[in-house]
Design a protein around this ligand. Structure first.
Ligand code: AMP
Ligand code: MG
Length: 325
């Protein structure tokens, strides 16, 4: 018996070709890790560190739950007070402000008050929309933040409440991949509920990624066969939503109206860093087809599915997308 056990151990230690798959619940999502070409011992150590780093990021950025963090503290300061933010938070804020500017305000990191009002991140989904007047009162002004002396941030108005819900998951994926790499893992996927970063290959072959059909659960619009260091992030109106009087209300808000954006069913952005792909997939969801030119300008592959279910892609996406038959 002991001999058999020894052989089994030896087999698992010597078979780098079988994938190691693990799932963890982080950031309100099942996060799947797939590691290829590695052994169990190394993968286990790497997974412990990747998981705890991703959890640390959730705790550092979330405005929900009991975690104490700098984002919540900033949101609690009186408008006009200069605040020094931790370097990591300041970096993600700067990226968010860049995306806000380049997306013509389709992306807005200051929708926290509105998001709390809508309640899409609550454990139990709401059943009806808030009153239009309350939505209007919770909408932030267009200029929410000022930088003082290059290091201190000032919120300008009580309606300016930071919420990194559209970018923090991507950042956590990037950090998770960094932790896997630190342990020498070169071939892996982290898939956090459809937000994906791949590195390397699947035993010398491409990784195959399916892009989910926004309406037909279990079906894909098509697939991508990719090798290298690439993130594929999708924002969809099917992730968190409720129906009320025949209309779908979902968690991606149009900053212009304070109501769920009405342009798309889903939007996918492909670029190296998941942080950027995450922020931009939310922005592109709000912008719809008109946002594709900016994606091309930035060198990203991108696709949107509009309200009628029609697919729009830029050239970079056309060159890699394999439609489902
Ligand atoms: P995602 O699923 O990455 O598209 O992000 C959606 C989450 O980001 C929501 O649950 C909100 O917390 C937040 N959010 C909603 N609308 C926007 C928006 N227009 N810009 C930035 N963040 C948003
Ligand atoms: Mg996003």
């Amino acid at each position: 018996m002991r001999f058999l056990f020894f052989i089994m151990l030896l087999l698992s230690a010597c078979s780098p070709n079988s994938d190691i798959r693990e799932t963890r619940f982080i950031m309100g999502t099942l996060v799947e890790f797939t590691i290829a070409g590695s052994n169990r011992e190394i993968a286990d150590q790497a997974l412990i560190e990747a998981t705890s780093e991703m959890q640390r990021i959730e705790d550092a950025f979330t405005i929900y739950g009991n975690a104490v963090n700098a984002v919540k503290a900033f949101n609690a300061t009186s408008p006009g007070t200069p605040v020094e933010l931790p370097e990591e938070v300041a970096t993600i804020l700067s990226i968010s402000l860049d995306v806000e500017k380049n997306s013509k305000h389709a992306f807005d990191p200051f929708l926290g008050k509105l998001n709390l009002l809508w309640g899409f991140s609550n454990d139990i989904l709401p059943t009806h929309p808030p009153l239009a007047a309350t939505v209007n009162d919770a909408r932030p002004p267009s200029q929410c933040i000022r930088l003082k002396d290059d290091s201190k941030w000032i919120r300008t108005d009580a309606r300016c409440v930071l919420d990194f819900g559209a970018i923090a998951k991507g950042y956590a994926i990037d950090r998770g991949i960094a932790m896997l790499r630190k342990h020498g893992i070169q071939n892996a996927i982290i898939n956090a509920g459809g937000d994906i970063r791949i590195i390397g290959s699947h035993n010398g072959k491409p990784w195959h990624i399916g892009l989910r059909h926004p309406r037909n659960k279990g079906e894909v619009l098509g697939t991508l066969s990719l090798v290298g260091d690439i993130s594929i992030v999708t924002s969809g109106d099917y992730e968190r939503y409720f129906d009320y009087e025949g209309k779908r209300y979902h968690h991606i808000l149009d900053p212009q109206t304070g109501f769920p954006a009405t342009t798309s069913q889903s939007a996918t952005v492909i670029t190296q860093q998941a942080t950027l792909a995450d922020a931009w997939s939310t922005a592109l969801f709000v912008q719809g087809e008109s946002g594709l030119s900016m994606m091309s300008k930035l060198g990203y592959a991108a696709m949107t599915v509009d309200q009628q279910g029609r697919i729009h892609m830029n050239k970079a996406m056309e060159s890699i997308f394999i439609p489902a038959k």
